[in-house]
Design a protein around this ligand. Structure first.
Ligand SMILES: O=C(O)CCC(=O)C(=O)O
Length: 456
């Protein structure tokens, strides 16, 4: 009979030392699987029943919050409007004054100020509900799928494919689709699998690893569903750096060459700037790909806007919640995450940057999601936030090291100005862009892009 030790492991005296170790490991794993995070992830992930949304924070529509939640939402005063920093990208906060200053929803923003909030349980977290012009968001969708997503920036597909293509995967998909319409004979070029014709080595080495230069390793690149996982530990996330031990893909899809449209379904992320080394869990400083100027400018403007952000405490005193000097800020690295409707991102902490004082800026586009934010552990106080297209989140101060994850993307939640293909007003400036392929993609995806300063 197992002997029950108070607050300790169940000790089975008839087990060998090794078996006891295994039993203890399993017990620890079961415990980990029951953290507040796991419970919340299970609730929001489930498609079998409607998730309990009662404690979700809504920053865009304060009236949707429960009374308890409203008490947790604290308005933040920002020193400058984003619109003053970039009038092409951001909406003038005064253009819709009629829906502001609603007594019932504790809206205390004065005209001319940018709306922003923090949460009493998560000091340092700042959310600016969608400050973008509709056309600004459309431009960002294009940049995250095309301009910023090109080789040599790495994607989760790099371990398996020769991604040295001229265009981004999405652009190639568009070119192929257009060619197929005009020429039914057109054959979309295949992007070569690094494992094609390697079936024998695949079979042989299923349980072994090999060393390859400038290739990558994956530990669980399976169905393409729920495969964006822990960024920091690399758990279940494709590892993609130099000089790594390479395991063969478990999913046979990756053994074959495919055209861009097929591969697009498997695109989960692109890393920008300094590339992250999944083995050393550090940035490869020598893999420093220049960050696009427009991405840097956007992030710098946001950093400028939140510099000196303040809240007013209950006793009337003012408290600065972010004092990171914008003149020291440089975008050195970033990730563009592409979420399908079934994708999730498990709880993790972004802690590989030497500079943990610079705020981490993160922007959502397309379908809405539940973003879970916790504290120092997966057991701590946990808050689900509904993030909509255009929402900006800045993780400053203590919230910079908080656990966070994305357990749910909502279907039918993409705003119509991103899916609407008729609206000429919204056409991407200067370029006659055919919006249809973008509309098809973004109506079923969420794109998140974030920027980090790595060094001090
Ligand atoms: O998708 C998000 O909002 C969060 C992304 C994230 O946590 C990451 O890339 O590390």
């Amino acid at each position: 009979m197992p002997e029950l030790i108070a607050n300790g492991p169940i000790k089975q005296t008839n087990l060998s030392k090794r078996q006891q170790k295994i039993a203890e490991r399993q017990r620890q794993m079961a415990k980990q699987n029951n953290t507040n995070f796991r419970k919340a992830e299970r609730n929001f992930k489930s498609k079998a029943f409607l998730p309990d949304m009662s404690n979700v924070i809504h920053f865009s529509q304060l009236e949707k919050n429960s009374e308890t939640n409203l008490l947790k939402i604290i308005p933040v005063q920002l020193p400058v409007n984003l619109w003053e920093l970039d009038r092409d990208m951001f909406e003038d906060p005064n253009c819709n004054l009629s829906d502001k200053n609603n007594e019932n929803t504790k809206e205390i923003h004065k005209p001319f100020l940018q709306k922003a909030y923090t949460l009493s349980d998560h000091p340092g977290l700042i959310v600016i509900p969608n400050p973008f012009k509709n056309s600004g968001q459309r431009r960002l969708v294009k940049k995250t799928l095309c301009d910023w997503a090109c080789f040599p920036n790495k994607t989760n597909l790099d371990p398996f494919y020769n991604m040295e293509i001229q265009n981004s995967l999405f652009e190639q998909h568009v070119i192929d689709s257009e060619n197929q319409i005009t020429n039914p004979e057109y054959k979309a070029p295949l992007i070569k699998s690094l494992f094609e014709n390697d079936e024998s080595s695949f079979k042989e080495s299923k349980s072994t690893t090999t060393k390859k230069d400038d290739t990558c390793t994956t530990d669980n690149t399976n169905s393409g569903i729920t495969d964006i996982k822990n960024l920091e530990t690399g758990e279940n996330r494709t590892k993609c750096q130099t000089n790594l031990a390479v395991t063969q893909p478990k999913n046979e899809f990756y053994l074959q060459s495919h055209n861009a449209s097929d591969l697009l379904d498997h695109l989960r992320w692109t890393t920008i700037g300094n590339q992250y080394n999944w083995t050393t869990k550090a940035y490869d400083i020598d893999k420093n790909i220049p960050v696009h100027d427009d991405l840097s400018l956007l992030m710098k403007n946001i950093i400028k806007c939140i510099y000196g952000a303040k809240i007013t405490n209950e006793n009337g005193t003012e408290q600065t919640i972010n004092a990171y000097d914008f003149s020291k800020y440089v975008v050195q690295a970033g990730v563009i995450n592409y979420y399908g409707l079934d994708s999730t991102l498990l709880a993790h902490v972004d802690k590989s940057e030497e500079n943990m004082d610079a705020p981490l800026i993160s922007i959502s586009l397309g379908c809405s999601c539940i973003y879970l934010v916790g504290g120092d552990s997966k057991q701590g106080n946990l808050t689900p936030i509904l993030l909509n297209s255009g929402d900006i989140m800045a993780s400053c101060g203590p919230s910079r090291t908080a656990y966070h994850g994305v357990p749910r993307i909502f279907d039918n939640s993409c705003p119509s100005f991103l899916t609407d293909i008729e609206n000429e007003e919204l056409d991407i400036q200067q370029n006659q862009v055919n919006w249809k392929p973008f509309s098809d993609y973004i109506s079923k995806h969420r794109i998140n892009f974030n920027a980090r300063q790595c060094t001090l």
